[in-house]
Write a protein that binds this ligand. Structure first.
Ligand SMILES: Cc1cc2nc3c(=O)[nH]c(=O)nc-3n(C[C@H](O)[C@H](O)[C@H](O)COP(=O)(O)OP(=O)(O)OC[C@H]3O[C@@H](n4cnc5c(N)ncnc54)[C@H](O)[C@@H]3O)c2cc1C
Length: 501
């Protein structure tokens, strides 16, 4: 057996959904060159390496959904997860999954369609979202939600507010309305279906058959907490290890606007998937796309839902001024907030919005930790913000219900005291660019042909937000993770069946 660490050997271009908008990953990017993810080329896995039909790297929503799909088809699989308890960005999220035409949504009589959902994803991305993935993921997530519900997960359709770009209620969530509860529910189903989850298993090596002309994956190597490396042979490999938001060097290189921003996601988003992709000659796409958030509560470090802005709240800077149309979206708002003095703003709202916020567990927790300041009037709010009172009064007086303001936002009502304020900054939540994949989640080479048995989905792969921060429609993250995980699991089932026949 020979095994040699593979050096980065790809110097090609980065695919982009729109010409001129690509954020290119430098061919000899130091961040990639120094990345510990390796590719080993060998004639075979070391003797006595255990074998499993499918290996999944990452135990977030994507990995767990893929594993459930595999087990539903009776295929054995192992999820390798770096943490001692699977969490990922999924457990940090609000757990809101958009889906159209699910059994649940239909039973609620909500008029929606896959076609409308697809149009709204494309509209938010200004046509940049990869069309094949928009079609595939919207169908995949519909099937996944129905199947997961049939496995006993209780979903609700959130129907008290709409996020920017969604014209109908299609956000599915578990009753607890947290990503942690969603992941726990997926974990329970996975366990009941016989999925093996191996924790404290940090995958560092992908093994490739050196005799195959097409870079066939034969296994992986993963590091244990004591530094030892164990190996597992497989017939199909699914990368469900999310993106590169937790890798500061890659963020600096690819998303300079977020270089100094707080990262709100999971530390395991270290760019492993794109590092392996580079070493395998895979194509990367939409690397400039990401989910930002303009409402990251400081100093508590928690998400404040954008529902507050959609229901009448505003963002005010240290000069007492509004600075953008808050209804465009929270992702692009991250950049707007970071451009304000001190990179901060105050979310200002009133009692009806505060009442709505009581249904969001993450806000309730932040409120309990002192994030909310309630004040009687504009004078007290100006004193709290430290801005000119006249400027603040003018800002709030300019809200003229029914009339578009200078940013193009039309309010339904004025804000009425007592006023509420929460200090926020702009944050990076997760990246939406990654390995380019086809509609079956097969990883593509530079020339567009699929690698034979390497799949990717969720944050590890290119999403459906195009190449810019403003392309992110609420829920595109879990849409890619749950919809993509479902599809990738199905593709692995088909691949393995074909191989054995
Ligand atoms: C605060 C916050 C709120 C959000 N809210 C929403 C929301 O409501 N709706 C929505 O659609 N999106 C939301 N998102 C985005 C969403 O969380 C992600 O898009 C989604 O969770 C990605 O799922 P995933 O399975 O691809 O990745 P993850 O959930 O991050 O899972 C990847 C897993 O892989 C593991 N891993 C990584 N590398 C390795 C390795 N080398 N070896 C072994 N294991 C590895 C990690 O430990 C992790 O457990 C939010 C994000 C944040 C930060």
């Amino acid at each position: 057996m020979t095994s040699t660490p593979d050096e980065p050997r790809v110097a090609g271009s980065v695919a982009s959904s729109t010409e001129g908008l690509a954020s290119a990953l430098a061919p000899h990017s130091p961040a990639i060159a120094q990345h510990p993810a390796r590719v080993q080329r060998a004639a075979a896995m070391p003797p006595d390496t255990p074998h499993v039909p499918a290996v999944i790297v990452g135990g977030g929503a994507c990995g767990m959904t893929a594993a459930i799909r595999l087990r539903d088809a009776g295929v054995d699989c192992v999820v390798l997860e770096r943490d001692s308890v699977p969490s990922g960005s999924t457990a940090l999220s609000s757990g809101f999954i958009p889906a159209a035409e699910t059994r649940l949504q239909k039973s609620r009589g909500i008029p929606d369609s896959l076609a409308l959902f697809r149009r709204e994803i494309e509209a938010k991305s200004h046509g940049q979202a990869a069309p094949h993935l928009v079609v595939a993921y919207t169908e995949g997530v519909r099937q996944a939600i129905d199947a997961l519900e049939a496995h006993g997960i209780t979903f609700e359709v959130a129907d008290t507010w709409l996020y920017p770009g969604h014209s109908v209620h299609r956000i599915h969530c578990v009753p607890e309305r947290t990503g942690a509860a969603l992941l726990a529910a997926l974990g329970r189903v996975a366990a009941a279906r016989g999925v093996d989850v191996l924790t404290e298993a940090l995958v560092r090596e992908i093994w490739v058959d050196e005799s195959s002309a097409d870079d066939r994956i034969i296994g992986v190597g993963y590091q244990r907490p004591d530094g030892t490396v164990e190996r597992l042979a497989c017939g199909a490999l699914i990368l469900a290890c999310n993106g590169y938001g937790g890798n500061p060097a890659l963020v600096r290189e690819l998303l300079p606007a977020m270089a100094e921003a707080t990262f709100g996601g999971h530390v395991g988003n270290d760019g492993s998937a794109i590092a392996w992709g580079r070493r395998l000659g895979a194509r990367l796409a939409d690397l400039g796309g990401y989910q930002g958030h303009g409402s990251w509560i400081i100093p508590q470090g928690a998400l404040m839902t954008w529902a507050a802005m959609m229901e009448g709240g505003v963002q005010i800077n240290a000069r007492g001024e509004r600075f953008h149309n808050e209804n465009h979206g929270y992702s692009e708002a991250a950049v707007e907030v970071l451009a304000q003095p001190g990179g901060i703003a105050w979310n200002v709202f009133d009692t009806p919005v505060l009442d709505l916020l009581q249904t969001f567990p993450d806000f309730v927790e932040a409120q309990a930790n002192g994030a909310l300041r309630s004040v009687a009037d504009e004078a007290a709010l100006a004193a709290h913000i430290g801005c000119d009172e006249a400027a603040l009064r003018a800002t709030l007086a300019a809200i003229d219900p029914g009339v578009p303001d200078r940013f193009g936002r039309t309010f339904k009502r004025k804000l009425v005291g007592p006023l509420q304020a929460v200090k926020v900054t702009g944050s990076l939540f997760h990246t939406q660019g990654g390995l380019d994949i086809d509609a079956q989640c097969r990883v593509l080479r530079e020339d567009g042909t699929p690698l034979p048995n390497l799949l990717a989905a969720g944050g590890a792969a290119r999403g459906v937000s195009g190449n810019e921060v403003w392309g992110y429609l609420t829920g595109n993250g879990l849409l890619s993770a749950v919809g993509g995980g479902w599809l990738a699991g199905g593709t692995a089932v088909a691949m393995l069946a074909q191989e054995s026949s």
